[in-house]
Design a protein around this ligand. Structure first.
Ligand code: C2E
Ligand code: CA
Ligand code: CA
Ligand code: CA
Length: 279
């Protein structure tokens, strides 16, 4: 850094500086958050469009910070990924989601599957498959009740490694889904090579169903593509009756979105489940 000429000095605007400070602040706070047990999972129901029943849920992390309050994942997942802390945080998410789901099974509630988001850093980490196996053994959750959500970008850097990892995960008996489907820049050819179970239609397409006939056509095409490949398909970000109606007419299998429910704290999600099965 000492050899830099005058012209190479970087001057930060107040805005950049603030942003950089915020990142540093978040990074050091994240390091404590795991120890202090400040993370919580909220659960958003996934509903079967034919039966109207809740068949699953997505676990979504929140950070209950003593001063900042409830922090949304968009504000800290990026920093966690850059610093590698996401590997530990992700391991916590996986364990907690499986533990909670097993506890609901033991309480006699519907046997749902729980979907967990996996970040690229976790995908590349050495012990991923062994860790998942250990969590399943420890919590006693049936492997088929765990679904792992992957994004297309995970596959692209090393396709043969991805194929190997996905098959290893699949061999554990867990379900695999592709999140935000349609937003990645990957080719469709991998769909036949990867042992995927579910496509999740990104909410940007769902949001435009009524506005934009091209986006509506994309949604219909993804549903048809999924079914031709014998995959099931779930639409995310469903907010209106109109969107729901369109998805149903096109044969979409499941939906997730504010129209049915926001992500809920565990206790509220449990109440919803108890109502559904009239316990
Ligand atoms: P995602 O995986 O695409 O999750 C769906 C996001 O859409 C969630 O935001 C959810 O609350 C929101 N959502 C659900 N229904 C609707 C709707 O009808 N309308 C709108 N506008 N939004 C809806 P959330 O919980 O803030 O999470 C944001 C992102 O943070 C997630 O996007 C995911 O990429 C990441 N994330 C959340 N939890 C985890 C985690 O445990 N691990 C990792 N690696 N990433 C996570
Ligand atoms: Ca997701
Ligand atoms: Ca998504
Ligand atoms: Ca997303």
């Amino acid at each position: 850094a000492k050899k830099l000429g005058r012209d190479n000095f970087q001057f930060y605007t107040p805005a950049m500086n603030e942003e950089a400070m915020e990142r540093v602040r978040i990074e050091s706070a994240l390091r404590c958050a795991l120890e202090r047990d400040e993370f919580v999972l909220h659960y958003q129901p996934q509903v079967d469009l034919a039966s109207g029943e809740i068949v699953g849920m997505e676990a979504l992390i929140r950070w209950q910070h003593p001063e900042m309050g409830m922090v949304a994942p968009d504000r800290f997942i990026g920093v966690a990924e850059e610093t590698g802390l996401i590997v530990q945080i992700g391991a916590w998410v996986m364990r907690e989601a499986c533990r909670q789901n097993r506890a609901w099974h033991d309480a006699g509630l519907a046997r749902l599957r729980v979907a967990v988001n996996l970040s690229a850093r976790q995908f590349g980490a050495t012990n991923l498959v062994a860790d998942i196996r250990a969590v399943l053994a420890e919590t006693g959750l049936a492997p088929g009740c765990l679904e792992i959500e992957l994004t297309e970008s995970l596959f692209m850097s090393d396709v043969s490694l991805a194929v190997e990892l996905l098959h290893a995960m699949k061999a554990l008996g867990v379900k695999l889904s592709i999140d935000d489907f349609g937003t990645g820049y990957s080719s469709l050819s991998y769909l036949s090579r990867f042992p995927i179970d579910v496509l999740k239609i990104d909410r940007s397409f769902v949001a435009a169903i009524a506005r934009d006939s091209n986006d509506a056509a994309i949604v219909a095409s993804i549903i048809a593509l999924a079914h031709n490949l014998k995959l099931s398909v779930i639409a995310e970000g469903v907010e209106t009756a109109e969107q729901l109606d369109y998805l149903r007419r096109r044969g979409c299998d499941q939906m997730q979105g504010y129209f049915f429910s926001r992500p809920l704290p565990a206790a509220e999600f449990e109440q919803l489940l108890r109502k559904q099965c009239r316990l």
